[in-house]
Design a protein around this ligand. Structure first.
Ligand SMILES: [Zn+2]
Length: 275
């Protein structure tokens, strides 16, 4: 950021200490230490996260936690935070099927709502796709987006079709964020994204290419998720097979929503003569 933008927004990365196959080096939560100290994402409750948070707060009391979505690496730390900091408030966009997993008192967020962080205003941007309740937080003055799991530098984002993921919604969310023309994205995984437009347009291109591969696989006789995975992922490590299957299913469902495909049980095919 430039010095001028630094003066408009202070955001401190606080590590969650949960490295793993699905989280990479581990999640990052973002602290806006202003006059209404605000944490974006709750982490998982690791004592090292709480200690790092205390140090960054420097004696101030955390006022609110804004959760980007109800995946455990972002939300399960609410219990530890509630124990650790009296009176802290929690907010997220509702996901009725899931929010009972973390039964703190949630203040419901809505799309385009403004949130006062004391030293700046954030706007809620609903960005479903990776999860139905996924939101980003937009700081307009510095064109900074707190991105949650919308984008990760150097890799693509999982769309878990069996557990609320929706590829069509994800692509719409990427377009929605592109219209904001963000200068940077502060993500929940990986380094700060300084080329948002290039990365997000690359994601859209990648998904369209994958869609073509899936349509080609169907034309050559594959009809189940397993068959399509075998067809398009060459030399796939066994440990990545489940994720690949989720991705293929996400594509098939998008094509079904667009009325390009139908399915009968596990078997997918072109509807009518639309191939
Ligand atoms: Zn997630």
């Amino acid at each position: 950021m430039s010095n001028e933008e630094d003066a408009l927004l202070t955001a401190l990365p606080i590590c969650v200490f949960n490295p793993g196959p699905l989280t990479g080096a581990g999640n990052i939560t973002w602290l806006l230490p202003g006059s209404i100290p605000t944490l974006i994402d709750a982490g998982t409750g690791d004592p090292r996260h709480l200690k790092a948070l205390d140090e960054a707060l420097g004696g101030a009391r955390l006022a609110q936690v804004l959760v980007t979505h109800n995946h455990s690496d972002h939300a399960s730390g609410v219990f530890a935070l509630q124990e650790h900091i009296s009176g802290v408030r929690f907010s997220k966009l509702a996901w009725l099927d899931r929010d009972s997993r973390y039964p703190v008192s949630w203040d419901p967020l809505v799309h385009e709502q403004f949130i006062n962080t004391g030293d700046g205003i954030l706007q809620v941007i609903h960005t479903p796709g990776h999860a139905p309740d996924h939101v980003c937080f937009w700081h307009a003055e510095t064109r900074t987006l707190f991105g949650g799991d919308l984008a990760i530098q150097g890799t693509t984002v999982v769309i878990p079709a069996s557990t609320g993921g929706d590829l069509g919604a994800y692509l719409t969310s990427l377009e929605r964020v592109l219209t904001l023309r963000p200068a940077r994205i502060l993500p929940a995984h990986g380094p700060v994204i300084t080329n948002p437009e290039e990365l997000l347009r690359g994601y859209i291109r990648h998904r369209l290419e994958r869609e073509q591969q899936i349509l080609d696989a169907l034309r050559t006789g594959a009809s189940t998720v397993e068959e399509i995975v075998t067809c398009i992922y060459i030399n796939l490590q066994e440990s990545l097979r489940t994720m690949a299957a989720e991705s293929v299913l996400a594509h098939l469902r998008k094509l079904e929503q667009g009325q390009q495909l139908i399915h009968n049980g596990e078997h997918w095919s072109f509807g009518g003569d639309s191939q």
